[in-house]
Design a protein around this ligand. Sequence first.
Ligand SMILES: CC(C)(COP(=O)(O)OP(=O)(O)OC[C@H]1O[C@@H](n2cnc3c(N)ncnc32)[C@H](O)[C@@H]1OP(=O)(O)O)[C@@H](O)C(=O)NCCC(=O)NCCS
Length: 188
Amino acid sequence: MKNPNRSHQFLEGERIYLRGICLSDVTASYERWMNDPDVMAYLESRFYPHSQGGLRDYVGNILNDKSNVFLAIVLREGDRHIGNIKLGPIDWIHRFADVGISIGEKDCWGKGYATEAIRLMVHYAFTKLNLHKLTAGCYDANRGSEKCFQKAGFSIEGRRKSHYFCEGSYVDAILLGILNLEKSKTDL
Ligand SMILES: CC(C)(COP(=O)(O)OP(=O)(O)OC[C@H]1O[C@@H](n2cnc3c(N)ncnc32)[C@H](O)[C@@H]1OP(=O)(O)O)[C@@H](O)C(=O)NCCC(=O)NCCS
């Protein structure tokens, strides 16, 4: 069946596209991702259970909040919604924002989709929103996250020692960032 959201695609990539999240995206699959210990292993959302009602409230709130851009990651082939990516909160004075990503469908891990989605978001943030810098963060053990951000152009800016409580011990936080270099040159 053709996905009715297909026409809303916002950022087009080679194998995926990103489109605005809508309330109808809060499906049983989305609820499954948010309660899957593998997907949530290094996410702050893991500490509480998630219901479709609660997720609908979250999505509804974020849709009304212009300091966040929350997009669905969708495979071009078959229009399958496999995860989400968020830019925000955006600081409009300093012109930076954080990027967070989650690929909920585990059979889609390791295929380069997160890297592609982050690249699309970076391009949008720098060329359309005129942001100066993007940041991201992950747990030290989350190699996949660290690597996909680096592949998309982020560099490691620092490490916060013993920052997160994870599986019974404290682990470091890795801080990543990317500058809009073209914009920095014209700032002078
Ligand atoms: C982390 C996550 C976003 C990575 O998504 P992905 O689509 O699998 O990432 P990519 O395929 O673009 O991978 C980029 C690189 O990381 C590597 N990688 C991915 N997962 C990995 C893992 N668990 N361990 C080691 N390397 C990994 C890939 O092999 C690839 O490197 P390569 O091109 O040299 O082979 C995904 O696993 C996920 O959503 N996890 C759950 C939520 C989460 O942790 N989000 C990040 C929070 S900061």
